[in-house]
Write a protein that binds this ligand. Structure first.
Ligand code: GLC
Length: 660
């Protein structure tokens, strides 16, 4: 036995075993390095901000102030320039019809690069989820803001925010450039549908969506300090565009808002009081000017009013090339514009392409002493504050367990509810109510350019920047909603543009539903001095309504000229831009399962030469006034099974309101 123990092989094995044990002991004694304060989630946010700021070089600080488009955000750029934020401009999607997984892969890829830097600061990725996660095919597309303003339902806004945040986080996105708090005072503005109302108080009320997106700050939360609920289901919001974006001359996009300061404050600034009180994380600056001074170069409004007086402590972001557009032509003397914008109080610049020029100019301006380091540190502190509050250091990547939230049926049901509540009944019959429509009519005609087109019913900012036509995303068209709602014995005939020949062969319709409206558009492309019904919608109305009792459903981002053919129409509904669930939501109401509850969020003018015309004007002569909206029901002694019965007169008609 002793011989074996002295055998060389045994001795070698024993030596090996001993060395393994001693290595393990050595390793166990190595103390894991202490967590750097900024990486310690148990420390207060401000302690983490100050610690991280103290470690940053100027290049790393300027990188944090730089937001670039995803199309130029290569791993090398993210690492070498210490880029703080990436976005996708409208339509800049990772691929044609990219899946939610592809979005998540893209953003996770950006995070890999960003966190592979000396300090490992995650990027904050932003997108325009302005009516649901609208860039992503298959996501729930809610009604655009003008329709939600007609619904005037704060609780609905909060629930839409919650649903939108979940669909965003499912794709790894912690930040949306929403809500738009514009108070649109002239419907000739191409972005009027992004505004909840012409009335400031309605806009203030709809800002509740911020609570849904970010979560609700606990009592005692410091006023103006960004709040985002922990847990990874909430996102950073962005109140935009500060300020006066909806008040420009003749509604010309990015133009000049002429107003006294009291008027600017009471009409356009007040919604930001609510947003800041709710802990909104970011505010985006308007392209427009106030009395000739560009908002992007206005230190009084950006710093003195928004940051100091109102107390906003999140970060202020420029609009897309907003710095370039300080001058005309854009980009002339860019370095001077960069100086003006940063000194005015802008913290992050949506460059979004020429980051080399931007970073170079800021670096020079600091070296020349024209931008003080205190301004850089204030900007970077605000950016880091939002990143810590958003939990990005702890949860930088997509939570893939949420992927089934994208387009979830519960969210579609919520969108259907939003559609129902957004519809405004403007006329209901010539001498007796036309609505609710019979589900059992033997034969009905559905006509119009917008009856069977998901792209049209969603409008702009849907998958692409300007929106499109056809099956651009998943949704249910109005025709499909009608077919689903009527009895199996009802014959539904669909003809987009019924002509003489059609009517010669097709007869005996109980009624017709005509769905017409505007083509999708976004921003300046939507500026329109005439506001007439496009695509020959007026001819379709005349051709159908002169022959058959007709309900006209208008799909538009704003009031349009309708007075010339109002007499030929039996019933008229404003459906705005109802989104992916337009079909079921509209069918729910026109067939009487639910009553109308929408009220005009905007004045409906008679002629465009009356514009701008708003409810608080001294001289006010609308076709339908702000707040107008008919109902189909009155409470009766003999309610129908679902508790409502339908009146022979419009319940809310009064001497002021025209009794259509
Ligand atoms: C656009 C819009 C702004 C949007 C931004 C990013 O030009 O003005 O509302 O959030 O660029 O797409």
């Amino acid at each position: 036995m002793a011989a074996k123990k002295n055998h060389p092989v045994f001795l070698l094995l024993r030596l090996l075993l001993l060395s393994i044990i001693s290595m393990k002991v050595a390793m166990a004694e190595v103390v894991t390095p202490p967590l750097l304060p900024y990486k310690n989630p148990t420390l207060p946010v401000e302690a983490r901000v100050n610690d991280l700021l103290s470690r940053m070089t100027l290049a790393e600080k300027i990188g944090q102030m730089t937001q670039i488009d995803r199309s130029v955000a290569s791993p090398a750029v993210l690492r070498s320039q210490f880029i703080g934020s990436v976005l996708n401009g409208g339509g800049s999607n990772p691929a044609e019809d990219a899946t939610p997984e592809m979005w998540a892969d893209m953003i996770d890829g950006f995070q890999e690069s960003a966190m592979d830097t000396r300090l490992g600061i995650p990027v904050i990725y932003g997108t325009d989820a302005v009516h649901g996660h609208n860039n992503v095919v298959g996501a729930t597309v809610f009604p655009h803001n003008v329709g939600l303003g007609a619904a005037r339902d704060k609780d609905l806004m909060r629930r839409i925010g919650i649903a939108t945040a979940l669909e965003l986080r499912a794709t790894g996105i912690p930040y949306t450039f929403a809500p738009c708090l514009a108070v649109c005072r002239d419907p000739r503005w191409g972005r009027c549908y992004e505004s909840y109302s012409e009335d400031t108080e309605v806009v203030r009320s709809m800002a509740e969506i911020i609570i849904g997106l970010q979560g609700s700050p606990p009592s005692g939360h410091p006023r103006g300090y960004p709040f985002i609920a922990q847990g990874g289901n909430s996102v950073a919001a962005c109140a935009k565009h500060f300020t006066g974006d909806g008040g420009t001359v003749r509604g010309i996009n990015e133009n000049n808002t002429i107003a006294s300061y009291p008027e600017l404050f009471h009409v356009h600034i007040k919604p930001y009081l609510d947003a800041v009180a709710m802990g909104v994380s970011t505010v985006m600056v308007s392209y427009s000017s106030w009395n000739g001074v560009k908002m992007h170069a206005n230190p009084y409004l950006l710093t003195r009013v928004l940051k100091q007086e109102i107390g906003f402590q999140g970060f202020l972001i420029s609009d897309w090339e907003g710095v370039d557009r300080i001058t005309s032509p854009p980009g002339r003397d860019y370095k001077t514009s960069v100086l003006a914008a940063i000194i005015a109080g802008i913290d992050m610049i949506m460059v979004p392409y020429d980051y080399v020029r931007f970073i170079g100019d800021v670096t020079d301006l600091v070296a020349e002493g024209r931008i003080p380091m205190s301004r850089i540190d204030d900007a970077v502190s605000r950016i880091l504050r939002v990143k810590f509050v958003a939990g990005l250091f702890e949860q930088p990547r997509a939570n893939r367990t949420l992927l089934n939230q994208v387009g979830h049926k519960d969210h579609r049901e919520l969108a259907r509810e939003a559609v129902r509540k957004s519809l405004v009944l403007l006329k209901n019959g010539k001498n007796k109510p036309m609505l609710p429509l019979s589900r059992k009519a033997p034969r009905i005609l559905v006509a119009g350019t917008h009856a069977h087109d998901v792209g049209y019913q969603c409008g702009g900012w849907t998958v692409s920047w300007q929106g499109g036509s056809g099956n651009t995303t998943s949704g249910t068209t109005i025709l499909e909603g009608i077919k689903e709602a009527v009895s199996k014995r009802t014959e539904v005939v669909y003809e987009q543009r019924p002509n003489e020949a059609f009517f010669r062969n097709a007869k005996n319709f109980s009624y017709a539903i005509v769905v017409v409206g505007e083509l999708p558009y976004a921003e300046t492309d939507g500026d329109d001095p005439n506001l007439v019904l496009p695509l020959g919608g007026d001819k379709i109305i005349e051709d159908v309504c002169s022959r058959i009792r007709c309900l006209v459903i208008l799909i538009s981002g704003r009031p349009l000229v309708v007075e010339p053919y109002l007499d030929s129409i039996d019933a008229l509904v404003a459906a705005w831009l109802p989104g992916s669930e337009a079909g079921p939501g509209i069918a729910d109401v026109i067939f009487g399962k639910y009553d109308f509850q929408g009220k005009l969020p905007r004045t409906w003018f008679r002629r465009v030469d009356q514009l701008p015309m708003n409810v608080d004007d001294a001289h006010y002569d609308p076709l339908f006034p702000f707040g107008f909206g008919l109902r189909m029901k009155v409470r009766s002694r003999h309610p129908s099974p679902d508790g409502i019965s339908f009146s022979s007169t419009a319940a809310s008609s009064s001497s002021f309101f025209p009794s259509y």
